[in-house]
Design a protein around this ligand. Structure first.
Ligand code: SF4
Length: 315
């Protein structure tokens, strides 16, 4: 069994924990002067998203315009709109791209059929697929070669699921809920196959949700890992939890009776959107936020090799 990065699995592999305050007591009855806002860390951009966004930025600087991007480079509306304003053209399918153009593939990966189409039509391809997604593709191919049937946890129609399924279409079944595998015996993937970023953001929101009357998750509706953070916050004890794209989507009525609020963001969310949410709380009578950091993250990925080569050549 393998899981997509957006599938929102939990686990405890290779984590470095730092001490955080024991704040498991609910604060709903605290007086107004005891109001507080805690922002979770890690949150926001993961290494794969950071690499993909920088890839488009560098491509816009390096190649003749327009630079096409197949699918949303990452699942965040603000990021996509910002890159569009700087000249990127987002398309759903390669048939929308003129022959010979430059095309960036998104962090979520593409199937071999998409690579083949791009080659046949003479595109210059910059592949911003997250290396951890590529690893899942390789795993799928290996399992298929070994004759295994593969259960892929994820949402049907999600780019990452389509890309991975395309590696071994005859061997993969997409699993969207636990009921689909209730009667099956499955072999779990090695624990280091689980994306560190998804896991860390869930652990961090659990930590703050335990003592929050309200948790705000910043992230777009099509970001599965952001949607999952809301569910995790509620499961961990938050009285209420909502996903918003930005501070403008917060209903002030959500703050009624709230003494302790928590804030986090999905893996495709730039931190300025979180800052906007923290400002919203300050504008509504809450003190400046404190950060509860569960662990540090240091993973970074090099830019795609084809882009690095062209960047070196343009210097
Ligand atoms: S680091 Fe994880 S969450 Fe981020 S793009 Fe890669 S696989 Fe997805």
């Amino acid at each position: 069994m393998i899981a997509t990065c957006e599938a929102g699995r939990s686990g405890s592999a290779h984590l470095n924990f730092t001490t955080v305050p024991d704040s498991s007591q609910p604060t709903a009855s605290a007086p107004a002067t005891d109001k507080r806002v805690v922002v979770a860390a890690p949150r926001g951009y993961c290494a794969g998203v950071d690499r993909a966004v920088v890839t488009v930025e560098k491509a816009l600087e390096t190649y003749d315009s327009p630079v096409y991007v197949r699918k949303q480079i990452v699942h965040n509306r603000h990021v996509v709109e910002d890159l569009e304003s700087r000249g990127a053209v987002f398309v759903d399918e390669l048939r929308e791209v003129p022959a010979g153009a430059t095309v960036v593939f998104s962090a979520h990966g593409v199937s071999p059929a998409v690579h083949a189409e791009a080659k046949a039509r003479g595109f210059k391809v910059i592949d911003a697929t997250c290396p951890l997604v590529t690893k899942v593709h390789q795993e799928a191919k290996r399992f298929a070669r070994e004759g295994m049937e593969i259960l892929l946890i994820g949402h049907a129609g999600h780019e990452e699921v389509e890309g991975t399924t395309g590696e071994a279409p005859d061997h993969i079944t997409v699993v969207q809920s636990p009921e689909h595998v209730a009667d099956l015996e499955v072999m779990n993937p090695p624990s280091d196959d689980i994306c560190y970023a998804t896991q860390n953001r869930q652990l961090a929101v659990k930590q703050i949700a335990r003592h929050s009357d309200l948790v705000i998750v910043v992230g777009s509706a099509n970001s599965s890992n952001s949607v999952r953070l809301v569910e995790v916050a509620l499961e961990a004890g938050a009285t209420a939890a909502y996903r918003v794209d930005n501070a403008g989507e917060i209903d002030p009525a959500w703050l009624d009776g709230v003494a302790s609020a928590g804030v986090t963001s999905g893996a495709s969310v730039p931190d300025d959107l979180v800052s906007g949410v923290l400002e919203f709380f300050e504008d509504h009578g809450f003190p400046p936020a404190t950060e509860e950091r569960l662990m540090d993250e240091s993973l970074a990925f090099a830019l795609p090799p084809e882009l690095r080569k062209d960047l070196a050549g343009s210097r």
